[in-house]
Design a binder for this molecule. Structure first.
Ligand SMILES: CC(C)=CCC/C(C)=C/COP(=O)(O)O
Length: 203
């Protein structure tokens, strides 16, 4: 069956219009004067918890301080995952160039030039990627596993509530992060596959 291109075009523009309209309505913490403006400081703390800088610095810190070769392997792969995520999100943002919602206040903690664009949400990709990574490689009790999933969901939802993103930016970000984890698993770095890298980090 062949779809009429003009039908596909109008279906897509209707979908995008619904996305913009619903995202604006859900942006309840977009400013201090918004419906849930008093929750904005909390949303901004959640934003920092999913930011690239604490994750990259925290992973470096762990690498410097660990004596365990198993932990070193996991942390090196986490670092690879975080850097791959930053590169992929920057490339897609730079290609798509979708502007952030008009109701967004650009008061984010440390951004780079492509962060003026909104598609996909870098926080959502990181949340999905880190969530899959942690659930697969850390031995955690069930309540902690639930907390990790909740954290990823809250970080993602907060992007729309803060007015930083439209819903489609976040949904695509979650899918991209989920898929990127597959790449990390496929290219898993180990002393056998990347001896030079492990020699660099061993003591
Ligand atoms: C400067 C570094 C290391 C990371 C930038 C992290 C960042 C600001 C991502 C943007 O996230 P959203 O696309 O969800 O707004």
């Amino acid at each position: 069956m062949k779809l009429n291109p003009s039908f596909v075009g109008s279906a897509l523009s209707s979908l995008l219009a619904i996305d913009l309209w619903a995202s604006k309505r859900l942006g309840v913490c977009a400013g201090e004067g918004s419906a849930w403006g008093s929750a904005r400081p909390l949303m901004k703390v959640i934003e920092v918890s999913g930011h690239g800088i604490p994750w990259v610095l925290g992973t470096f810190y762990g690498l410097w301080h660990t004596d365990s070769s198993a932990a070193r392997e996991v942390l090196l792969n986490l670092l690879f995952a975080l850097l791959l995520d930053l590169v992929m999100v920057s490339v897609v943002k730079g290609l798509v160039k979708r502007p952030r919602p008009t109701h967004n206040k650009m008061d984010m903690f440390v951004t780079i030039s492509v962060d003026k664009y909104s598609f996909p949400s870098g926080h959502a990709t990181r949340a999905a990627l880190v969530c899959r990574f942690v659930l697969r490689h850390l031995v955690l009790a069930v309540p902690l596993r639930v907390l990790v999933v909740l954290w990823a969901l809250i970080v993602s939802i907060s992007r729309v509530m803060l007015g930083r993103h439209n819903m489609t930016d976040v949904l695509f970000g979650l899918l991209l992060g989920y898929a990127l984890y597959g790449v990390v698993e496929h290219c898993w770095l180990s002393p056998a596959t990347a001896p030079a890298l492990f020699a660099l980090w061993s003591r």
